[in-house]
Each structure stands twice: as C-alpha cells, then as structure tokens.
Design a protein around this ligand. Structure first.
Ligand code: FEO
Length: 408
C-alpha cells in the first residue's frame, strides 16, 4: 500500500483494520476502522502518532513507509498526540529497532509513556504552542485535553496548513485504498457520516465540552487539511468535519431555554420477555406514526448497545419500553441506562412504559438511574400482564403526545 501525499513534505499512512475484535474491547467494527499516522519530511523526519500491531497493521505501515523510501529506522521524532494504545501499542518495538527516535508528547503524555511502556529516556515533554524545527518545515503543538484523554494535544504543520487532530474529527469505517474527502462518493460520505455519529457517541460524547473548547481554541488556524487518526482526511472541505463535530458536541448540551438536545426524531429502545411490553410499545409506535415523526428502534439485548447509543445520542426524545424483572428493571435496559449516564445522553424528553407480572418494581430503580441525566419525563405507563384496550388507547395517545413535543 502506498502513502498518500498531502503536500510535498506531508504524507498519510494508514492501516485498515477489518476484524471481529471490538474497538476498545466494547464497540463492534463490522465496517472496519483505520489507524492513520502521518509522516512529515524535513531535514529531520517526524512520524505523527503510531499504531498497535493489530492484524496486519505493521505490514501495511512498512509498505507505505517503504513507498516513500523510509523505514522505521530512519525516523527522528515520534510525536504522540494521544497515548491510547491504538496509537501507541507498537512503541516498545519501534524503540527496539530505532533506539535513537525521540518521543514528544505533552507532560501528561510523557508520564503515560513511562507508565504504559516503561521507557525512561529520549522523551521530551512539549508545552502548549511549542515548536519543533524539522529543518525545512516545523511542527507546532497545542494542548487539547480530553479529546479524548487528559494528555491529548494536536499537531499543526503551518506550511501545508495540516492539523493532525488524532481522535478528534475521527470516524469508524475502513478507508479501502482512498483517504481524501474528495475521493469518496456521496453514498460513501453518507456511510462515514453514520460511522462518525457512532464513533462520537461511543468514544467521544463524554468529552463534548472539551471538543467545543478545542474547536474554539484552534479556530484562528488557517486550516487546509484535517488529518485525524481514524477515518477520512479532509483536504477539500475540512470545515465539513468541523461543523459535524460542532453539531455532535451540541447533542450533549441542554440549551438555556431547556430545549432538549438532538434532532427531531425519536429513538425507541425496548426489551420484552413474553410480548406484553411489546404489545404496549406497538400502540405507542402507532401514536408516533400518526404524527409522522421519524424514529429509530432497537431491541435490547439483541442489538449491540453501540448502535443504541448512536441513535439515542442523536434524537431529541426517547421511548424506553421494558418489563419489570425480579422487582427491578429489565437487566439489559439497566446496562443501557448506565452507559447513557457515562456517555452523557443528556437532555432528552423520555417516555417509559412496561408491563409487570407479579409485582412492579422497575420504577424505583429507573428513577434513580435517570436522575443524573437531566431528562424531561412524560408520565410513565405501567400495566399488569397484557395491556387492556383502555391501556392501549392511553399508550397510543402518549406516543402521539411525545411525537408532538418533538415536532414543536
Ligand atoms: Fe483512537 Fe482514544 O484512541
């Protein structure tokens, strides 16, 4: 695989990972993910971000470096914007074959190099705004904490106007031979937009405040190319991915006027043991459809929570349908709500419904679980066993009410 030229001195190298493994050990990547690194060639050579030796990643990088007449032995500097092992996992081996390579990161990043990889020498902590002279070009480092961990920074190459943003502006999805935004069709862009939403909701959403701060901090740069560590390199329309991230970050916010965050759509998440909760949900859906509001629907635990998170993060309103199970919430829904808290699925308007058999009990646990989420709740509807005709009518009307709120 060849390297991809951004400018005379800047190149993108990447490995497509197509694996049944889970990203971060949690999130499925059925469409793959790319690990991107960048080579900047002055009189000295810098590699920006590394990779983990995942599947055949090492071979892919060796081939790309070789296409530039380089090898890992010829690199002078390794710039680590972020220490998560998807970008650093091969560090010890790099140091073994190239002991002279100097590693640069923020002070917190350098501490993590020591903690994770037990390296103690050839390390340089850089400060916010510090420059590295490569001879015929230079790099500038800007601290952008918590995009996506506390040590993170971005690297800027002013000559080409390239911002190496690491996880920020990234996406799931393999690149399959092309890297630049102008090389993908509209359909492919639609695919990456969905995978960006899922990546953001799964990986970045807890840090939305920091995303907004980082974008604000970097807005004075004359950016010609955004080069993230996962997904498309944006050389034609870099503002597209910046705007997308601004929008995604806004989904974590509750506006001052109390308007819920998200798009005018409803995300339905449901689980049912014997079909009684499902009967009630069908009535709610009839109400939503009568108002013509779009919705997504996921059954738990049948569908992976990665997709549930993405659609719930994007929607203004949620329907949560679950039975009582052993005097408490249906366990897969309890897991979903715990992730909602961790991933800041805030500010939604929510309808909860569900059936119970012997005795109720989901309510108490549910109310404690959603307390930190700052949701507006419609009155819940619970019923014993199968819903009666009157309960079905109530459920349909409640679905309509939720849809009308979303529309307005
Ligand atoms: Fe792609 Fe936070 O690592």
């Amino acid at each position: 695989m060849n390297a991809h030229k951004i400018s005379e001195q800047v190149y993108c190298l990447y490995a497509d990972i197509k694996s049944n493994d889970l990203f971060e050990g949690i999130w499925p990547i059925p469409n793959g993910v790319s690990l991107n690194t960048y080579l900047v060639k002055g009189k000295k050579i810098a590699l920006i971000d590394l990779f983990r030796p995942w599947n055949d990643a090492l071979n892919q990088f060796e081939e790309a470096l070789s296409s530039l007449g380089c090898s890992f032995e010829t690199i002078d500097y390794l710039i680590l914007n972020h220490l998560e092992p998807d970008h650093t996992g091969w560090l010890k081996e790099l140091r073994r074959i190239n002991p002279k390579v100097e590693i640069l990161s923020t002070a917190k990043g350098i501490n993590l190099v020591k903690t994770f990889y037990k390296e103690e020498s050839g390390l340089r902590a850089v400060k916010d705004g510090e420059k590295l002279d490569l001879g015929t070009t230079e790099l500038v480092f800007f601290e952008t904490p918590n995009i996506h961990w506390p040590e993170t920074m971005v690297t800027w190459e002013p000559k080409s106007g390239t911002l190496f943003s690491c996880d920020a502006f990234g996406s799931f999805g393999a690149l399959n031979g092309r890297v630049f935004d102008d090389e993908f069709s509209q359909e492919e862009h639609a695919f990456f937009e969905k995978e960006t939403l899922r990546y953001y909701a799964n990986i970045v959403s807890s840090f939305s405040t920091f995303v907004e701060r980082g974008i604000e901090k970097l807005k004075g740069l004359d950016i010609h190319c955004i080069a993230p560590s996962h997904g498309i390199v944006w050389r034609k329309n870099p503002q597209t991915i910046v705007d997308r991230y601004i929008k995604l970050a806004s989904y974590s916010r509750i506006s001052n006027s109390g308007i819920p965050s998200g798009e005018k759509e409803i995300s339905i998440i449901w689980g049912s043991m014997y079909g009684n909760t499902k009967q009630g949900l069908d009535a709610v859906i009839r109400g939503i459809e009568a108002e013509g509001v779009p919705y997504t629907i996921h059954r738990v635990p049948n569908e992976n929570v990665s997709y549930v998170l993405a659609d719930a993060f994007r929607a203004k309103a949620l329907v949560l349908a679950m039975p009582t199970y052993e005097y408490a919430m249906f366990p897969p829904m309890a897991y979903v709500l715990d992730l909602f808290r961790r991933k800041h699925i805030y500010g939604k308007t929510v309808l909860r419904i569900g059936s119970w058999g012997w005795v109720g009990g989901a309510k108490k646990e549910y109310e404690a679980a959603i307390e930190p989420l700052k949701w507006e709740s419609l009155p819940s509807i619970e019923w014993a066993g199968a819903p009666t005709a009157e309960e079905l009518k109530d459920l349909e009307e409640r679905g309509q009410e939720l849809a009308r709120i979303v529309k307005n």
